[in-house]
Design a protein around this ligand. Structure first.
Ligand code: HEC
Ligand code: HEC
Length: 257
């Protein structure tokens, strides 16, 4: 369990690993407001009973835990290293919590995170707090234009803002075909424009690193992850060619432009 020392240092011998930055690309304005309802945990899916009955969201605890996660996933949940570390900010809380439980139970392999998610370090309340904390982080998809020569321009604040950007570089493929295919085959769960669906526990795909999405496609196709719990035997992505997925990911990469 992470303690709550006010200086923010996580306890228990956890050392935050080296922070890996992602380099933001693309600069404009507009905030993508992700619709994030209160975090409902996907515990039922995992066959657990309800978590601690008297649970009350402790945002401060979430913030503290995030200092550990930030070493890989970025201070603002923006992910990093070109998608080696996925973006977490704005993902549905239920989706995040479910993945943490799967990691904790070793049902989704994750060598990198293994030491952070054993039961002692990550009791249920902590899972809920960090999941909701991350779900409520908002990332802009564009930076508002500024006059860097204007008096009062704060270069440091600007740099921090740039680090929080959620911009996916244009992925190769036919965005038009991909958009049509996406809306027909994926949109019902992942949201019309790919921003996720909390009620269905479906993560956002727009805004996520393309390389990360491809890695997950491999995992689903090889049954290392289960895409749809209702039909675990039939991986729905197996029915798509790489070219079709390439078009879909191309479309998803421009939704935030
Ligand atoms: C040492 C690096 C590292 C640390 C620290 C770390 N993670 Fe991760 N995390 C990863 C990697 C790598 C993946 C991607 C695994 C994969 O490719 O399937 C990942 C995946 C995830 C995912 C799945 C996201 C998705 O869209 O599929 C979640 C959720 C997550 N991490 C949450 C956390 C939280 C919360 C913390 C802090 C308690 C944390 N991680 C700390 C490296 C790390
Ligand atoms: C029946 C609902 C449903 C449909 C249809 C669906 N998905 Fe999913 N998808 C989910 C759920 C739920 C998850 C999270 C599952 C888990 O826990 O691994 C997910 C996860 C993913 C992930 C992993 C993302 C991450 O951050 O870990 C990718 C990639 C993905 N879906 C791609 C697609 C694509 C592409 C399509 C359309 C061809 C599609 N999905 C259609 C429900 C769906």
């Amino acid at each position: 369990m992470l303690d709550r020392r006010p200086n923010g240092a996580p306890a228990g011998g956890i050392e935050a690993p080296r922070v890996t930055d992602c380099t933001p690309t693309g600069v404009t304005k507009m905030t993508k407001r992700l619709r994030l309802p209160a975090g409902t945990l996907a515990i039922a899916l995992l066959g657990h009973g309800p978590l601690a009955q008297a649970y009350e969201y402790d945002r401060y605890n979430g913030e503290q835990i995030n200092e550990v996660c930030a070493g890989c996933h970025g201070e603002f949940g923006q992910g990093g290293n070109e998608g080696e570390y996925p973006r977490l900010a704005g993902q549905p809380a239920g989706f995040i919590a479910k993945q943490l439980l799967l990691f904790r139970e070793r049902r989704r392999p994750n060598m990198a995170m293994i030491e952070y998610v054993d039961h002692r370090q990550m009791p249920d309340d902590d899972i809920q707090d960090i999941s909701r904390f991350l779900a409520e982080l908002e990332l802009k998809t564009k930076l508002p234009p500024v006059d860097e020569g204007a008096p009062g321009f704060d270069a440091y604040a600007r740099l921090l803002e740039a680090k929080k950007l959620m911009q996916v570089p244009r992925a190769e493929g036919d965005t038009e075909k991909g958009g049509a295919l996406y809306r027909r085959e994926c949109g019902s769960c992942h949201g019309r424009e790919g921003w996720g669906d909390a009620a269905k526990g479906a993560p956002m795909l727009a805004g996520q690193y393309t390389s990360y999405l491809w890695r997950q496609v491999d995992k689903y196709r090889n049954q290392i992850r289960i895409h749809d719990e209702d039909s675990p035997e039939e991986e729905l992505l197996a029915a798509f060619t790489n070219e079709e997925l390439e078009d879909i990911f191309a479309y998803l990469s421009v939704v935030d432009d």
